[in-house]
Design a protein around this ligand. Structure first.
Ligand code: AMP
Ligand code: ZN
Length: 468
């Protein structure tokens, strides 16, 4: 399996630190709003990397954080008259809803920055001890960038060029030794959340979060660290400086970065107004289509979001789902016979598509080619399935298609929708429980229905329900 490593700018063979295991960290979103479809790209791309690794038999420890304390969160809380914690908790919940809609698996661990402050204080103390960090007069702790000899190795920037870029910028009020030094800990401002520390009451800088959470949940050395390409510099460069100075070993073997998502061929940004949240897209399309659209391009190519491309993704996905439904339909009345020689030969022929799929994924996760292999299998299946085929043959072909789609996180097997009769029956049971004052049971039925996508509303005219 080959992975393009930003560190070496080459495709390299993937060799895990520990056989059969993958330790992977993906920088997660700052939660002050609904996530936008740009944020969705790394989620979908790296979830697919994880799924492929699992398909290959690796045990994947997948960690992805939520940045739940930050200037933007604090500003949003001030605007709403609530607290940073309330804002962060709300949007973490909303983000998880969107992730589930896009069929992004929950991480093994989703650490929260605010729950890991102790570890951050520990790492910062260690960096100070080793001479890589210092406290300035006002209590801010800075990283001494020039002391880290490898600074710039990920972004391929020369430290003297960086210094030259900084020379003209005069930052008032900052008490750094050097313009390149970055913040590890900053003093609190009036009305902001803060934690006590040996330097001042305050909060951590953004970069230290990921170094600490990655180390806590995955160890000093990890296999893959990933995120969008805007994170290469300074975020990931600074993470390397912190982690390698503190731990004394290479932080991550492979660094993966997805390219940006654009809208109508222009960079997606709030200021241009060409900006969509995942939730907005969900109002128009099943989020499976968004996922399928994202996978239609290689993750290192810029991808353009447009109505036309979403429509194309929609019909492409429908083609796959229809083929799957056809096989399932034929299976129901297929004869339960031994596989014929011809059927064996056909299944053997179909294996080519799994081989093509794997070859594409092994080549730095070329999901565009992997999707093409799935389409070829769909075509094969449409021309080589009929009512005369045996159950066993159809079952095998269906499994093959299902496995490839599952590996891409594409759902072709929808849970059966609840029938109206079943819903009415449960509502009647709930009414009976209420009559008997068994409110626990009544609530239980209400939650069960909600889990299945049915929301109840008690009105004067009786109980009403709707699908949500
Ligand atoms: P943020 O909340 O801005 O830190 O972003 C969370 C993740 O989304 C990071 O990995 C970013 O690199 C990524 N990201 C943000 N905008 C885009 C975009 N337009 N296209 C692709 N990835 C993005
Ligand atoms: Zn990070």
């Amino acid at each position: 399996m080959k992975i393009y490593n930003t560190l070496t700018r080459k495709k390299e063979e993937f060799i895990p630190l520990e056989e059969g295991k993958v330790k992977m960290y993906v920088c997660g979103p700052t939660v002050y709003n609904y996530i936008h479809i740009g944020n969705a790209r790394p989620m979908i791309v790296f979830d697919t990397v994880r799924r492929y690794m699992e398909y290959k038999g690796y045990e994947v420890n997948f960690v992805s954080n939520f940045t739940d304390v930050d200037d933007k969160i604090i500003a949003k809380a001030a605007e709403e008259g609530s607290t940073a914690e309330e804002v962060a908790q709300r949007f973490i919940k909303e983000c998880k809803k969107d992730m589930s809609g896009m069929n992004v698996l929950p991480a093994t661990t989703h650490p929260l920055a605010t729950q890991e402050i102790g570890g951050m204080i520990e790492m910062i103390s260690k960096l100070i001890e080793k001479g890589y960090a210092y406290r300035s007069e006002d209590g801010t702790v800075y990283y001494r960038t020039r002391k880290f000899k490898d600074y710039g190795k990920l972004s391929h920037k020369n430290i003297d060029d960086l210094q030259a870029g900084h020379r003209d910028i005069k930052v008032t009020g900052e008490l750094k030794e050097d313009a390149l030094d970055f913040v590890l800990w900053k003093p609190k401002k009036e009305g902001e959340p803060y934690w006590e520390s040996p330097w001042c009451g305050g909060r951590p800088g953004w970069h230290i979060e990921c170094s600490v959470m990655s180390r806590k949940y995955l160890g000093d050395e990890i296999d893959i660290h990933a995120g969008g390409e805007d994170l290469i510099f300074p975020h990931h460069e600074n993470e390397i400086a912190q982690s390698e100075a503190a731990n004394g070993v290479e932080f991550s073997r492979y660094w993966m970065h997805n390219a940006f998502l654009n809208i109508d061929n222009r960079k997606m940004s709030k200021s241009l107004g060409n900006f969509f949240t995942v939730r907005e897209v969900a109002g128009k399309y099943d989020l499976q289509i968004l996922r399928f659209f994202m996978l239609s391009a290689h993750y290192r190519s810029p991808l353009n979001f447009s109505a036309d491309l979403m429509e194309a993704a929609k019909s492409g996905l429908e083609r796959i789902i229809t083929a799957a439904e056809n096989i399932r339909h034929l299976q129901k009345s297929a004869p339960d016979l031994e596989l014929t020689e011809r059927e064996d030969a056909l299944l053997k022929e179909a294996e080519i598509y799994t081989e093509k799929f794997e070859a594409a994924m092994e080549d730095d996760f070329n999901t565009a080619d992997a999707v093409s292999a799935v389409f070829e299998l769909v075509k094969f299946s449409n021309t080589n399935t009929s009512a005369d085929h045996s159950k066993g043959y159809l079952e095998k072909l269906y499994r093959q298609l299902l496995t490839l789609c599952n590996t891409l996180g594409i759902i072709i097997e929808k849970e059966e929708e609840m029938l109206e009769d079943e819903i009415e029956e449960l509502i009647a049971k709930r009414q009976a429980a209420r009559k008997e004052k068994d409110f626990a049971k009544a609530d239980e039925i209400r939650s069960l229905l909600l889990e299945k996508g049915i929301q109840l509303k008690d009105t004067r005219e009786g109980v009403q329900w709707k699908r949500v």
